[in-house]
Design a protein around this ligand. Structure first.
Ligand code: OGA
Ligand code: MN
Length: 296
């Protein structure tokens, strides 16, 4: 089989979001397939694989073939409550017995932070490179995932704004993103574990050389700026970056796997009926270095 990658929407969005055909993720991938996928990610930033009925072990094997993984240290569930190993993020609304979480369950409320535009693990000093999200069970309606092209967002800024933001450094924390939703129920240990980290607001992609805005709802401060002014500006930039022309909305089918580059995209979950089961598993490649080392 040869890997083929074509734009999801060749007319409207030829350079953002590709569909991958000719690969079976249940089997070991070849070096040529790995190379084709990295090249596809550099071009499209989001790749969609349909009909891939994989289990956790197959998802881990495929992900590790692409690069080193990060650990799920951003999850809020206590170790004894985890449904999956620390190599996977549990993106579900289920407890250990596969029961849907109560509406006011702390884990569910924390997870609603995924409905804000973000880049995975931007709250870690070494953030995420690729995320791979596998749909094991999807609700009958709603629950799309939207992706915004942060290269296009950078390119479309006026020169004055580009010069203003180019060397800014933000502080990111899960305490900031959850605070937007009024979730403040953190323990002292969680506040210490998720203390703010520094990330550049503009970063350069190491292979394509393209610049992108590195925004995320985890960003709550800009170094050297008063906090309200920073938040108002970050909101404006996010509004610019997530205009519909830059967005691909993925409507899930069972056994889809979607992979995105967190260096060049933001994403968000959309709401769905909280009594329905939604079970997704995420593996995450580490960026290995901070964005501070990927200056324009
Ligand atoms: C994620 C995430 C969005 C969704 O897995 O990192 O933000 O739609 N998921 O579940
Ligand atoms: Mn995410």
């Amino acid at each position: 089989m040869t890997v083929q990658i074509t734009p999801v929407d060749p007319v409207g969005r030829p350079f953002f979001a590709g569909t991958v055909r000719g690969i079976d993720l249940r089997r070991p991938v070849t070096p040529a397939e790995v190379a084709a996928i990295h090249a596809g990610m550099d071009r499209f930033a989001v790749l969609v694989f349909h009909d891939q009925p994989i289990d956790d072990a197959q998802q881990l094997a495929f992900s590790r073939a692409l690069g080193p993984l990060e650990q799920a240290t951003g999850d809020i569930a206590a170790p004894e409550d985890r449904r999956v190993s620390m190599d996977l993020n549990d993106i579900s609304n289920l407890d250990k017995d596969n029961k849907v979480l109560a509406r006011d369950d702390r884990r569910r409320l924390f997870g609603l932070g995924n409905q804000l535009w973000h880049s995975d693990s931007s709250f870690k000093e070494v953030p995420a490179k690729y995320s791979l999200l596998s749909a094991r069970h999807i609700p009958p309606a709603g629950g799309n995932t939207e992706f915004a092209d942060m290269r296009a967002a950078w390119d479309a800024l006026d020169e004055e704004t580009k010069a203003e933001v180019r060397d800014l450094v933000c502080r990111h924390s899960q305490v900031f993103s959850r605070g937007i939703l009024g979730f403040t129920d953190f323990t002292e240990a969680e506040r210490a574990k998720w203390a703010p980290v520094r990330q550049r607001l503009v970063r350069r992609h190491p292979t394509t050389g393209r610049l992108s805005l590195y925004l995320s709802s985890h960003a709550g401060e800009i170094e050297g700026w008063p906090v309200p002014e920073a938040r108002a500006f970050l909101r404006d930039l996010t509004e610019h970056a997530t205009q519909r022309a830059f967005v691909y909305a993925h409507a899930w089918k069972p056994h889809d796997l979607v992979m995105w580059d967190n260096r060049t995209t933001m994403h968000r979950a959309r709401r769905y009926d909280h009594t329905e089961v939604r079970d997704m598993r995420r593996t995450t490649l580490t960026n290995e270095v901070s964005s501070l080392e990927q200056a324009p």
